[in-house]
Design a protein around this ligand. Structure first.
Ligand code: COA
Length: 425
């Protein structure tokens, strides 16, 4: 049995953060009903298109395992249908701009009255406070949540990261909140509000940087390479380039082929426990006994020079050869894998982390499947819905509307333009 079978989600999400959350719930078996504006749908359907007039990969890769109904929720008939949906679902998930659902008449108070068991889950840019009314996108959250100020090189500007920690990261946080609230509802019988703000989500992922902020008050951060280089610290956690976040110095070094391959690099960690193995591997066995290198403290002012020496060795090997040599010696390292390499990696296909999906309009494409595996509850990936593909099915199966009532709803315009077949009947 799928873990969330029987849970019905009213999916009022769009763009990336909210859809990430409901897609996860869908993978775990929840019935996700995505409500979209007639004729338009989620804006991402039409963004960054690679094939004309076909749902974009931006949309398809964030909306698997969902059904789509088109509904103008600002029309009278649309509100009537939405009210029925609220009463038929367990969770409402939304990531509209602050106040949009209140203006529509479906804020927490109204929804809680309509269905006291409903969990009302929102992504917003900020929590309550001076910025609560702001609209927020991925990079805004990365900047306001502490990621950008701590990412990049010391002598360069703040930098955003490719991982979508603001959108997808907050969607993940929200999914956890929803499942927790569902667990609570099992005992209390009551729904509740779940709020995940993007600033909070990014800050949570930057926890170690707030750790360093407080450590700064007690002296310089000795594991940052700027310490060894004698560069003074300011009053805030600095950007640390490719330094590792823990106490073990790490850096990205070049591998064979770096002159032409932008990803011929490896992350190499000089973990103290295996220092002897590292010295042997890179051809510096004398460093094991040399007081200038033997102890981590003695190495702090020579970290760039040590990584230069490591690089002299890694440049003679491919990144995968470095990994093969380091793993048996317990030396932690990570080859820099490109998206192309990940897409082609057979082991990721076998585990269902990279999945090939067939779409009726765009054909086959790759997506990232469920990254969380449950041993007793398998998860499959089904293609994203076409706009309004399940409108009639949801009206009849979920809301129990008769053929006549469905026709009447189409005639009202609340569902958008009537499909030709329905109009002829
Ligand atoms: N029928 C009728 N109206 C609908 C509708 C439907 N099915 N679905 C949405 N709408 C309306 C909304 O009610 C809103 O109307 P209003 O402003 O008149 O009240 C309008 O469409 C636009 O919604 P909004 O959320 O403001 O979209 P936007 O494109 O202007 O802003 C975001 C997009 C992402 C910036 C904004 O939604 C936001 O800040 N969300 C919270 C943070 C977030 O999730 N950001 C990350 C996105 S990946």
């Amino acid at each position: 049995m799928k873990a969330l079978e029987g849970v019905r989600i009213l999916d009022f999400t769009h763009v990336q953060s909210g859809p990430t959350c409901t897609q996860l719930l869908g993978w775990f078996g929840a019935d996700v009903i995505k409500v979209e504006r007639p004729g338009v749908g989620d804006a991402t359907r039409g963004q960054l298109r690679d094939i004309p007039d076909v749902d974009s990969l931006y949309f398809t890769m964030l909306n698997h395992n969902k059904r789509s109904i088109t509904l103008n929720t600002k029309s009278d008939k649309g509100k009537e249908i939405l009210t029925k949906l609220v009463k038929s679902c367990d969770v409402l998930v939304e990531n509209f701009a602050p106040g949009a659902l209140d203006r529509m008449g479906f804020g927490w108070d109204q929804v809680h009255k309509l269905n006291p068991r409903m969990i009302y889950a929102s992504v917003k840019g900020f929590g309550p406070g001076p910025y609560e009314d702001c609209k927020v996108y991925e990079n805004v959250a990365q900047c306001t949540g502490g990621a950008a100020s701590t990412t990049g090189f010391l002598d360069g500007p703040p930098t955003v990261t490719g991982a979508q920690i603001g959108d997808s990261g907050t969607g993940l946080h929200l999914a956890l909140g929803i499942v927790t609230a569902l667990f609570h509802r099992e005992k209390s019988g009551e729904g509740q509000r779940v709020l995940a703000s993007m600033q909070d989500g990014v800050l949570n992922l930057c926890r170690v940087k707030l750790r360093d902020q407080q450590r700064l008050e007690h002296g310089p951060l000795r594991e940052y390479s700027q310490f060894g280089q004698g560069i003074p610290f300011g009053d805030a956690t600095p950007r640390a380039g490719n330094d590792s976040g823990g106490g073990q110095p790490g850096w990205i070094v070049k591998c064979k082929g770096w002159e032409t391959d932008p990803n011929a690099y490896v992350y190499f960690i000089t973990q103290a426990a295996v220092w002897g193995n590292i010295c042997d591997l890179i051809g510096k066995p004398e460093w094991k006994e040399d007081p200038a290198y033997a102890k981590p403290e003695a190495r702090l002012d020579k970290i760039p020079q040590i990584f230069d020496t490591i690089e002299d060795w890694t440049k003679t090997k491919t990144k995968l050869e470095v990994m093969e040599a380091c793993n048996p010696l317990n030396i932690p390292c990570g080859p820099i894998l490109s998206m192309k390499e990940l897409a082609e990696e057979p082991s990721l296909r076998e585990t269902g982390t990279i999945v090939e999906v067939d779409h009726p309009e765009r054909g086959k494409y790759l997506t990232v499947g469920n990254p969380v595996k449950l041993s007793a509850s398998p998860s499959d990936v089904t293609r994203s819905p076409l706009l309004g593909e399940h409108t009639n099915e949801i009206l009849s199966q979920v809301l129990g509307l008769s053929e006549e009532e469905i026709q009447e709803t189409w005639s009202s315009g609340a569902l958008g333009d009537m499909p030709e077949q329905a109009a002829a009947e």
